[in-house]
Design a protein around this ligand. Sequence first.
Ligand code: HEM
Ligand code: HEM
Length: 133
Amino acid sequence: MFEELSELTGFAIIATYGFTFAFYVFKFIFMKFGARLKQVPKLQKTLAWMLKFLRRFHRLTGILTIGLILMHLVLMVVDEGWNLTGLFAAGFMLAEVGMGAALAYLKPKTKTVRIIHRLTAFAVGIAIVVHIV
Ligand code: HEM
Ligand code: HEM
């Protein structure tokens, strides 16, 4: 009955996840190529702006992802029934957001939580691929 809407919520999760993860992609560029980027000030300025933008919305889009998963879950369960790979992806995402919240509000930020938050981000990506392929 809600086939288009339930698929749309699935792709919306991927979009918000992609946006949230992109923060790390830009951070990685600065970590690896920061010194070389200084030689190209215009590019460096643009990328720095992007990094700031992505960092500002990281928490919001991360939380939004959970809201979309709940919508997708309800619509899909009604439409097609339970789905194991979907539940795995959602479980990783829940852990990811929980750790993100710990990172955001625990002081000082521990390196261990940051690294686990980073690795879980990759695990979420793999779980999503398994779910939709
Ligand atoms: C990170 C979490 C999730 C993402 C990114 C995601 C994404 C998607 C996408 C994009 C589709 C459409 C695939 C296509 O049309 O080929 C889909 C289908 C589906 N999802 Fe999810 N989903 C997630 C979690 C869940 C959960 C928790 C459930 C549990 C009910 C679920 C159940 C389904 C079902 C039943 C389908 C349709 C059947 C299928 O194509 O396998 N998903 N999902
Ligand atoms: C889709 C969900 C999310 C993904 C994929 C994700 C991914 C990441 C990644 C890959 C990093 C970089 C880790 C590193 O520097 O090694 C990061 C950093 C961080 N994340 Fe998330 N995250 C998500 C949700 C959240 C949420 C919901 C919050 C908070 C409520 C959060 C808070 C943080 C904080 C505070 C940092 C460190 C920021 C900094 O270095 O300035 N994350 N996240």
